[in-house]
Ligand binder design. Structure first.
Ligand code: ADP
Ligand code: MG
Length: 239
């Protein structure tokens, strides 16, 4: 066979990911170990000691960040699917991030009809997690504050459309192309896993995502998810 089967390709991705994962998590742990060894020297000054402790703690935080992001992605047991009301998932994600948003002087504005039927079928926790990763990046992209605008509508038949716009630093074309690749990050303490996980979740429920970004100007995601309602379910079953 000339072409690899899908299963083989999946195994390739998994082993590549495992290798990068142990590399990414090994680095901060090795660094922490080094600083702990340095700390055992009784002659170092209190300033130096505090500095080493601080670095060791930062390195451990980095390892924890990677595990947090990775474990969501690797979650092997698919939970039951449920009917998710997207406005609620957005509210929930925003509530989790409210303290970070406030600290960074970021406002979030939403615009959607109160009684919309923007329902999708999927795992609620994952959907919320996905929105959290996306919104968190937006907060981080606006170091001196700004606004995140979220709009939501259903096209009447088959899709729920979400747009999320920020006024952040934006991305170059090259960065847009790399978005979602494991460990792609431009941040000093980034993990580069958030977007990979978010994209997988969206793909997992049959959705699509379009990215538009202008450096220095902001980033727009247009996320389109298959709408869940009894009518479209029937239509899909018949076609
Ligand atoms: P992390 O946030 O840990 O860096 P992510 O996977 O969440 O990892 O994001 C990867 C990279 O994508 C970020 O480092 C950043 O360069 C870019 N990015 C994602 N969202 C945005 C955004 N809204 N504005 C600007 N850059 C973004
Ligand atoms: Mg992120």
């Amino acid at each position: 066979l000339l072409h690899k089967s899908i299963k083989e390709k999946k195994l390739d991705v998994a082993s590549h990911l495992a290798a990068s994962f142990s590399h990414e998590i090994g680095n901060p742990l090795t660094a922490t170990k080094g600083f702990i060894q340095l700390l055992s020297d009784e002659k170092i000054s209190i300033e130096t000691r505090n500095q080493y402790l601080k670095i060791a703690e930062q390195e451990l935080d980095q390892a924890i960040n990677i595990i947090d992001d990775y474990l969501t992605f690797a979650n092997p047991a698919p939970k039951g699917k449920e009917k998710i009301w997207i406005p609620e998932a957005i509210q929930q994600g925003m509530a989790v991030l409210a303290p970070v948003a406030e600290e960074n002087k970021v406002k979030v504005s939403t615009s959607f009809l109160e009684n919309n039927d923007c329902f999708v079928l999927g795992e609620r926790k994952k959907m919320e997690q996905c929105l959290i990763y996306i919104l968190k990046n937006r907060i981080e992209s606006m170091p001196s504050g700004g606004e995140i605008r979220i709009t939501l509508d259903d096209d009447g038949i088959s899709n729920v459309n979400i747009t999320i716009q920020d006024e952040g630093i934006g991305m170059t074309q090259r960065q847009i192309d790399q978005l979602g690749e494991p460990f792609f990050t431009t941040k000093e303490n980034g993990t580069g896993l958030g977007m990979m996980v978010a994209f997988r979740i969206i793909k997992g429920i049959g959705g699509k995502i379009e990215v538009k970004s202008v450096q220095g100007n902001g980033t727009l995601f247009h996320i389109s998810l298959p709408k869940y309602d009894e009518k479209t379910k029937l239509i899909r079953m018949l076609s």
